[in-house]
Design a protein around this ligand. Structure first.
Ligand code: KG4
Ligand code: ZN
Length: 339
């Protein structure tokens, strides 16, 4: 069984992890920059790449020491080389190449979005029945996939505008709350009444597997601030009204995600559903999917948001299939797994 060092730096988390045999996570270190970007209510790319540069070596060292390993014990280095912010990606990719070259070990370039799907396998012994429908829902992506195998993944639908996590972050800002918005609204929604407000569900054409969240976001804006979007402020809402908006918004998002999964599962005769990405931590989504008529696989909580264990795990599978990368591997901003 191979011991893989994974490195992740696509956006605003600098992460390193050691995974054995593709599933057993020996260490999972994440240095988050959320506090740095919070005052801008979103990620500032130049600040992110500078923070990655400061964090990358200590994070890798910590991942090795937490796994009680030395650098030489690693069999291969896996790195997220796409998609992401170019300045951020370059830090992880450059570190991974330097390590692979100096250790004389294989380098494995891993697609970050593909790895979010694989994250459901970490720490698990069971197999996912295939074919499966995959959903990656995060701050950067909302996309549906048909999985014939872990390495045979086809994009079948994606968002036409905002990602669902991005909509959470923007609605949190509209309500005058913090960043990232997902966990904050998820908590508020628990004590809110989803029926207190009705927000639209963009299901698009009857057979569409695509998503759209910008209309929902604008509808929340108009509800909170008035028709012109600036007649009132979020301060006019009391705490219960904010909870109700959170609950109604969350229910609208979850309804759309579940309906698109249902359509895809039916169209591809899927035997299971795999859901990854930051929004897969959402309690409303997990609750709604608990009634789904197929087995549903979510990642364990530490592997929902960006992490390097999923990069090392999928890296192991790629290594087993001879899919290693040359040392001139380039960072790429887009994914073949995203339209
Ligand atoms: O996967 P991730 O860490 O980064 C990207 O690849 O984008 O996802 C971060 C996103 C943020 O938009 C955050 O608000 C959202 O995931 N998120 C959640 C929850 N936890 C994180 N959204 C809804 N409910 C949650 N519990
Ligand atoms: Zn991600």
């Amino acid at each position: 069984m191979a011991t893989i060092l994974g490195i992740e730096s696509t956006c605003d988390e600098t992460a390193a992890a050691v995974v054995v045999g593709g599933r057993e996570v020996r260490s999972n270190i994440v240095a988050t920059q959320a506090a740095i970007h919070a005052k801008y209510r979103g990620v500032v790319p130049e600040i992110a790449s500078r923070a990655h540069l400061e964090n990358i070596c200590p994070v890798i060292q910590e991942a090795l020491s937490a796994a009680h390993l030395a650098m030489g014990d690693i069999d291969a280095v896996a790195v997220a080389y796409r998609p992401g912010l170019i300045g951020s990606l370059l830090i992880g990719v450059t570190a991974a190449k330097a390590l692979a070259w100096s250790l004389g070990k294989p380098l494995i370039g891993v697609d970050h979005v593909h790895a979010h799907l694989y994250s459901v396998m970490l720490g698990k012994a069971n197999e996912v029945p295939l074919p499966a429908v995959g959903l990656v829902c995060s701050g950067g992506h909302t996309a549906l996939y048909r999985l014939k195998s872990w390495l045979d993944v086809t994009l079948v639908g994606s968002t036409l505008d905002d990602a669902v996590g991005e909509a959470y972050d923007k609605v949190s800002a509209i309500l005058g709350l913090g960043y990232p918005g997902g966990p904050i609204l998820d908590d508020l929604a628990r004590a809110g009444s989803a029926d207190a407000v009705t927000f639209p569900r963009a299901l698009l054409a009857r057979d569409s597997l695509d998503f759209s969240f910008s209309g929902l976001k604008t509808s929340v804006l108009y509800h909170v601030r008035g028709k012109a979007g600036r007649e009132r402020s979020a301060d006019a809402l009391d705490d219960q009204q904010k909870r109700d908006v959170a609950a109604a918004f969350q229910t609208a998002c979850v309804d759309v995600l579940v309906e698109k999964i249902r359509r895809a599962a039916q169209r591809f005769s899927a035997r299971s559903v795999v859901i990854g990405g930051g929004v897969s931590a959402n309690r409303g989504l997990r609750q709604a999917m608990s009634n789904f008529p197929l087995p549903v696989f979510f990642p364990a909580p530490p592997y929902c948001t960006d992490n390097a264990a999923m990069i090392a795990g999928l890296g192991d599978l790629l290594l087993q299939n001879g899919k290693t990368s040359p040392l001139d591997l380039d960072a790429v901003t887009y994914s073949q797994f995203v339209a």
